[in-house]
Design a protein around this ligand. Structure first.
Ligand code: GAP
Length: 475
């Protein structure tokens, strides 16, 4: 079980510039979040690590970056327009709406009244939008026939048609993609034609996905706008089981690289009755979040469901022709599907700690409480903070600036910090997970050494300025 509360994580994220409520200044927009400077960098570090591990470091992977807006036929063929739904119930007393499978429907969680829910309705979670000029409020004039007061078309010489604004061209409908996966499937043929890879091979994509969740909740865990990192791994139909097992192992390697404690990660074999419409087998990897054990990512065997649907809907063959001349086949697919926000939340929860430092640890006297993010060093948004011991001594400030410029050039993610006294700076850097702090003091001016303080042990050592960068290169 996680030993940090959701409130503590949310509060640290806001206080220290990781994550803010979306549109906060106007009262917010439910299910949306804005990333501040540190959250953005942490998220990027996670995404870059994933890309390196699963795309760059392998020779069987291809990356794509498909458009978010796709032809509506994509979502018809994939089954999303028909089945990408959640069961919605509404309280007849207070009109609060909930996902029926997430609450006890005998009693309304908002007003507490009993038996106020009827039968669930299926609510499609895709955000619908219109491509091209859309008709919003008032009347729009377009070349065509004019209309009378009742909106009926009438002929005149001007050839102007006025459309009723509530109507739209059904062909202009599109959706904000609810998963990145379909941008991969629709490019399967393109990648095969351009690169002719041997099967098995994978196509990977990172990017935004949007779901009109009925009840967004638990901070960024269930949002309406989030990021996914997905792989569709194409295999011979006879080989799906071994590929599934190989990916199961890879997923655990990923958790290790995020620094998640093994005992906080659990595998859930999804029962046949609960499988998504495209899946023959799914393992949900769950994590002990502060709100309870919940899904972190999914590993699914999607069979040839998607490629066959595309083949049917587009009329284009999705068959793969092996180079050795053996029988062509439509590949089957193993899909590891990673959510960035949930990975980020798991990383924050695993790293969050409170301990006591300084003073006498045997008696506790003089000890100071601190909050520290023990982030894996390669993920830390700031690798090192540089300070002059005193900010009103120009000779210390000048030397510290030199050290800062040098480290910044070599390492990039280096922060200048001269706010408050040195103790306060350490506390602040501990809270944002900075692995080490470099302080320039009077001794530096004499022997070109600096104090380097370690975040986890709080130990301080003196290191020659020229050697600092080798000690703190955590890439
Ligand atoms: N292509 C398969 C697919 O999208 P999914 O289980 O619906 O499968 C995959 O989503 C992952 O995306 C989840 O395991 C989770 O990490 C993330 N995810 C899904 N919905 C989310 C939401 N509303 N907010 C944040 N992350 C979400």
């Amino acid at each position: 079980m996680s030993n940090v509360s959701l409130e503590e994580v949310v509060s640290l994220c806001k206080r220290r510039g990781f994550i803010y409520q979306g549109s906060e200044i106007y009262g917010g927009l439910a299910g949306t979040w804005d990333y501040g400077p540190l959250g953005l960098t942490l998220k990027k570090n996670i995404m870059d690590l994933w890309w390196k591990m699963f795309v760059e470091n392998r020779d069987d992977m291809f990356g794509v970056d498909a458009a978010i807006l796709m032809n509506q036929k994509v979502w018809q063929a994939s089954g999303h327009t028909a089945t990408f739904t959640d069961p919605l119930v509404e309280c007849s007393n207070c009109h609060s709406r909930f996902r029926a499978d997430k609450i006890d429907t005998s009693k309304c969680p908002t007003c507490g009244k009993e038996k106020t829910f009827g039968e669930p309705r299926q609510f499609n979670m895709m955000f619908k939008t219109f491509v091209g000029p859309s008709f919003e409020g008032g009347k729009v004039e377009r070349v065509g026939k004019p209309i009378d007061k009742l909106g009926n078309e009438i002929e005149d010489e001007s050839g102007i048609k006025k459309y009723d604004l509530m109507s739209y061209d059904p062909n202009s409908v599109s959706y904000l993609r609810p998963e990145t996966a379909q941008g991969i499937f629709t490019n399967f043929k393109n990648v095969v034609d351009s690169f002719y890879p041997d099967v098995p091979f994978g196509i990977a994509q990172q990017g935004k996905a949007f779901r009109n969740e009925i009840s967004p909740r638990d901070f960024v865990f269930r949002s309406r706008e989030f990021e996914q990192m997905e792989i569709e791994y194409f295999v011979h139909p006879d080989k799906w089981e071994e590929a599934f097992e190989a990916w199961r192992v890879q997923v655990h390697e990923w958790f290790k690289s995020l620094g998640l404690p093994e005992d906080m990660v659990h595998e859930l074999e999804v029962p046949q009755d609960d499988l998504a419409h495209y899946s023959k087998r799914t393992i949900d990897f769950e994590f002990d979040f502060p709100h309870g054990r919940d899904e972190l990512l999914g590993l699914a065997y999607r069979t040839d469901f998607d490629l066959m649907n595309i083949q049917k809907a587009s009329g284009k063959s999705m068959e793969y022709r092996p180079k050795d001349g053996s029988t062509p086949f439509v590949p089957h697919v193993i899909e590891p599907s990673f959510g960035v926000e949930r990975a980020l939340m798991a990383v924050l929860v695993s790293a969050y700690a409170q301990d006591e430092i300084g003073g006498d640890s045997s008696t506790g006297s003089g000890q100071e409480k601190r909050t520290v993010l023990k982030l894996p060093k390669h993920l830390a948004p700031v690798k090192c903070a540089v300070s002059p011991l005193l900010k009103n001594k120009p000779e210390l400030v000048g030397k510290a600036r030199e050290v800062y410029d040098m480290l910044k050039k070599d390492l990039g993610a280096v922060m200048w910090d001269d706010n408050g006294n040195i103790g306060k700076r350490y506390r602040r850097q501990d809270e944002i997970g900075t692995p080490c702090c470099v302080t320039v003091d009077f001794q530096t001016l004499e022997d070109n050494t600096v104090t380097v303080r370690d975040r986890d042990t709080t130990e301080q050592s003196r290191i020659k300025i020229d050697e600092v960068k080798f000690k703190i290169d955590f890439s």
